[in-house]
Write a protein that binds this ligand. Structure first.
Ligand SMILES: [Zn+2]
Length: 59
């Protein structure tokens, strides 16, 4: 568990925020955990894409 997991699971972070935080923090993180966080973000992104919300500012 890292700060990204905690904030993301509390929905304090959007997928974009989580990706940015991961880019900044990944060097200090365990490789396995970087992979876990990436998959966690991707899973939520897929769910959001299938819902087609109005939130449409992906970078
Ligand atoms: Zn974590």
């Amino acid at each position: 568990m890292c700060m990204i997991c905690v904030d993301f699971q509390k929905q304090k972070m959007t997928t974009n925020d989580a990706r940015r935080a991961l880019r900044e923090m990944r060097e200090g993180m365990d490789d396995d955990h970087v992979k876990e966080v990436t998959e966690m973000i991707q899973k939520v992104e897929k769910e959001q894409q299938s819902k087609k919300s109005s939130d449409d500012d992906q970078d």
